[in-house]
Design a protein around this ligand. Structure first.
Ligand code: HEC
Ligand code: HEC
Length: 370
């Protein structure tokens, strides 16, 4: 806690210093930009100085999604190919993108996902967008990070249903992949033998996922000082979100994703008593029905809502939260305003160039439907 406070204070001091040092003309310029369209803001390497505009609402409990450039391009490109690689699945048909569709907010918009042999999974698929801001991965947090997570679905019998060895041998049989892995991980790290290993596969996928952030939401522009970026009723919705207490669980960069909380805190949630959540990891009684608080970024794109997909309707999701987590009932007008605020959290979606994958060879293991 102390470290966080200290870091915050240091950051704030840095911002103040930058503001003081910024030439007056730059300050005036950023003020006249208040009415800029969102697509014009925050883009281009070495473009705007962010610090000057961030300070406007630096004390808010939600922070804008940072715009990052320093990626390992070759690794990300390889990870993207793997994210779209159907041959990592036993059927040769399912990809990460099947259930985390980047055309639809990084989720599949199904109550529960469809996996190998049309098996239905037990739980709603969360979005991969901004997943790097989660304190851990999965609803129950059982994977500590994106890399650890990525190994799961490949071998999960009702998801991609492959085996890590088979997935690796598919890649190993395709000379283009061998070359790309060598370029990214170096012949030496591949034990000098030109062998791909599963940790490289998951590392590359995780590197790609780290680029899947959605900056530029109108709420973020407001946080950065563009006062007209959100309307009066969206702003009122945000005030309600804070006043009613949603903010205690949904805060930070992801507007969630940074704590585990019980679903049914003030009133037991009885629609799904089978899914035990965090208890599966810790085996502690008090962790029954405790879940990782979901990110509310891009929430309008990722219906249905809750781990059990119990509603398709965002207003209803808000009402359920108020009732079960806070013990309050919101008027229709209040709900409408909170939903209006939630809509301002939709950011710029990652622009993906669909990858071209190299063909299989004679030694590539063939797809298996069984
Ligand atoms: C058959 C559907 C399916 C496939 C294929 C699939 N996933 Fe998932 N993914 C899910 C479901 C369902 C969950 C939630 C499971 C849970 O929490 O128990 C999930 C969770 C995740 C999470 C955690 C997000 C969070 O907020 O906790 C990430 C990240 C992720 N998947 C990435 C991937 C990657 C990378 C691949 C490809 C290697 C992949 N998924 C393949 C369905 C799928
Ligand atoms: C005590 C902590 C807590 C509070 C307070 C809280 N939430 Fe949540 N919220 C959660 C948890 C935990 C979940 C995941 C529940 C589940 O599906 O198991 C969640 C889920 C959601 C979802 C669905 C997200 C998705 O991707 O499925 C929305 C929307 C949401 N909350 C909005 C709100 C709003 C609006 C408020 C205030 C009225 C609020 N929450 C108050 C903890 C909280």
């Amino acid at each position: 806690m102390k470290i966080i406070k200290y870091t915050l204070i240091t950051c704030m001091l840095a911002l103040v210093t930058i503001n003081i040092l910024m030439p007056a003309s730059t300050m005036a310029e950023s003020e006249t930009h208040t009415n800029l369209k969102k697509s014009q803001v925050g883009y281009g390497r070495g473009g705007r100085v962010q610090a000057g505009s961030t300070s406007a609402h630096a004390e808010e409990p939600i922070q804008p999604i940072p715009i990052t450039f320093d990626y390992d391009r070759a690794k990300v490109e390889l990870g993207k190919k793997l994210f779209f690689e159907p041959r990592l699945s036993k059927s040769g048909w399912i990809t990460c993108n099947s259930c985390h569709n980047l055309s639809t907010g990084g989720a599949d918009n199904l109550p529960t996902s469809i996996g190998h042999k049309w098996f239905f999974g037990p739980i709603n698929s969360p979005t991969v967008l901004n997943a790097k801001f989660n304190l851990a991965q999965f609803w129950d947090g059982r994977a500590k990070d994106l890399q650890e997570q990525a190994g799961g679905p490949i071998a999960n019998p009702i998801e991609m249903s492959s085996k890590h060895e088979i997935a690796v041998s598919v890649l190993q049989s395709i000379p283009e992949y061998v070359q790309w892995f060598e370029e990214v991980y170096g012949a030496k790290e591949m034990y000098g033998s030109g062998k791909i290993d599963i940790l490289q596969v998951t590392d590359a996928i995780a590197a790609f996922e780290e680029t899947l952030t959605t900056p530029g939401a109108s709420f973020d522009l407001w946080l950065k000082g563009y006062d007209n970026a959100i309307s009066a009723s969206e702003k009122e919705g945000y005030e309600l979100f804070k006043e009613k207490g949603c903010i205690t669980c949904h805060n930070g960069i992801g507007v969630g994703g940074n704590s585990y909380q019980k679903f049914g805190l003030v009133k037991p949630y009885e629609k799904d008593t089978q899914t035990l959540g965090r208890y599966n990891v810790t085996k502690k009684e008090e962790d029954k029905y405790v879940f990782k608080v979901p990110l509310l970024r891009n929430i309008t794109l990722t219906a249905p809502y809750f781990h059990d997909a119990s509603t398709w309707n965002l207003s209803e999701a808000v009402t359920i939260m108020a009732e079960y987590q806070l013990g309050v009932s919101l008027s229709d007008e209040e709900t409408t305003k909170v939903v209006a605020f939630l809509k301002t959290l939709t950011g710029d979606q990652p622009q993906i160039t669909f990858p071209t994958l190299p063909p299989s060879t004679e030694t590539t293991p063939q797809p298996n439907r069984d």
